[in-house]
Design a protein around this ligand. Structure first.
Ligand SMILES: C[S@@+](CC[C@H](N)C(=O)[O-])C[C@H]1O[C@@H](n2cnc3c(N)ncnc32)[C@H](O)[C@@H]1O
Length: 333
């Protein structure tokens, strides 16, 4: 029996949505790595260039400078907190009260006054009037909702006519090969000592089933029962004895199903919701990181880097690229 069949029939984990699965249990979704939110901005750090490139991407692709913006599913306040100084007001909406608490704490610590964060479940429609926002940004969030096509319809309703959405999404194609079935330990602020996540991704059906197994024994004790591979666990090599050991020590188990449309599936979904145009373009993050490698002389301050990257990212997000590369999407109402 493979581990997934065993989990379904022997363990029978409780089915939950993505926020109950892990987002309610994380102090930070980014391991506190986000620049400005958790770390001082460093012009000599390539990842920080990438982050600034992504912020410029959201701003340029939506043209939301000085306007009213919604950040759907902000997590730790990304990208809302870094966009705030460039827009009139940014509203973050997330189903997880833990995430909204984290966003509010981060906004307060950074002295950001024009960002507000609201707990609401998009499945229930969101507490905003029709056409409330000039633009919407969504980073790895729409595909974390239980029903992405319903989510897209709600976003259509609350966006102004001609308003734009810019979204980053996780396409399962990035996992093709060894990572389709994957297991790794994860630190959560829940009551259990050790948490193991097991993924069963099906690229063809664009669906991922994930299991969270929680134990009150140490990671070291569990690791003795697995063969480790690529920082995770080799799922092809789990013996009956290991499965029995997991079962005997298991304190809690959950299961979450998420749908991960590919770029072309997103395009069909947005079109059926009524959106008029979809522009697939390379993400600003990639441009900024490439420029970091190419440039010998780097700008000296964050402001200089911002001015340097701005015209490049503005041009980059206006060029259409093939859907096959699963690029970021700009969606116009
Ligand atoms: C992967 S996180 C992305 C966080 C952040 N945007 C980032 O890029 O770091 C997805 C977020 O979507 C939120 N989310 C999931 N389902 C939701 C729903 N039904 N309504 C509102 N937010 C939801 C989760 O709570 C989580 O904070």
């Amino acid at each position: 029996m493979d581990i997934f069949t065993w989990l379904e029939f022997q363990v029978k984990p409780k089915a939950v949505d993505s926020s109950e699965f892990i987002y309610n249990e994380m102090e930070s979704q980014s391991d506190m790595t986000l620049p400005i939110i958790y770390q001082p901005f460093n012009v000599n750090n390539k990842l920080h260039w990438g982050s600034l490139g992504e912020i410029l991407d959201y701003l340029c692709a939506t043209g939301c400078w000085g306007k009213k913006v919604l950040d759907f599913g902000p997590g730790d306040g990304w990208p809302s907190l870094l966009m705030a100084s460039h827009v009139e007001e940014i509203t973050g909406v997330d189903v997880s009260t833990k995430r909204i608490d984290v966003c509010n704490e981060n906004a307060e610590r950074l002295g950001i006054k024009n960002a507000r964060f609201i707990t609401a479940d998009i499945n229930e429609g969101l507490p905003f009037e029709d056409a409330s926002f000039d633009a919407i940004v969504a980073a790895s969030a729409i595909e974390q909702t239980p029903n992405p096509s319903l989510t897209v319809k709600v976003l259509y309703r609350i966006l102004k006519p001609s308003g734009r959405i810019r979204m980053f999404y996780e396409s399962l194609k990035i996992y093709s090969g060894e990572k389709e079935k994957e297991a790794f330990f994860i630190d959560l602020s829940n009551k259990f000592k050790t948490n193991l996540i097991i993924f069963n991704r099906d690229i063809k059906s664009e669906k991922a089933v994930q299991y969270l197994l929680s134990f009150n024994i140490s990671r070291e004790e569990l690791e003795e029962y697995f063969s480790l591979k690529n920082d995770g666990i080799d799922l092809t090599e789990i013996s009956e004895e290991s499965l029995q050991f997991i079962k005997n020590n298991l304190k809690d188990s959950r299961k979450c199903i998420t749908y991960h449309p590919s770029a072309s599936s997103w395009v069909s979904m947005f079109r059926s919701a009524g959106f008029t145009k979809i522009i697939p373009s390379t993400e600003g993050r990639l441009f900024a990181k490439k420029l970091f490698d190419l440039q010998k002389e780097h700008p000296q301050t964050e402001e200089e880097l911002f001015r340097y990257l701005l015209p490049i990212i503005k041009t980059a997000v206006s060029f259409e690229v093939s859907l096959d590369s699963e690029p970021m999407l700009t969606i116009i109402k």
